[in-house]
Ligand binder design. Structure first.
Ligand code: ZN
Length: 70
């Protein structure tokens, strides 16, 4: 489910505010730079972003697509 061709890490502040992996998965993908966490809620979600730790993003994304078989 994850493309292994983009080993980009968010270790350093690169002025990155969007997570491409999350965005492609249909997520909000906003990155909270101070913490390096990413919003994995549905794109265009209501309310404020809910930032999750990097190791929680994949799990959060699976909730966006509970039925991968379309
Ligand atoms: Zn968000």
């Amino acid at each position: 489910m994850q493309a292994p061709d983009q080993p980009e890490s968010s270790r350093e502040s690169h002025n990155v505010s969007m997570d491409e992996t999350v965005a492609e998965a249909g997520g909000c993908a906003q990155v909270h730079l101070p913490t390096g966490r990413t919003c994995a809620l549905q794109h265009g979600h209501d309310g404020t972003c809910q930032f999750v730790a990097p190791d929680r993003v994949a799990d959060a994304l699976t909730r966006l697509q509970p039925d991968p078989e379309q």
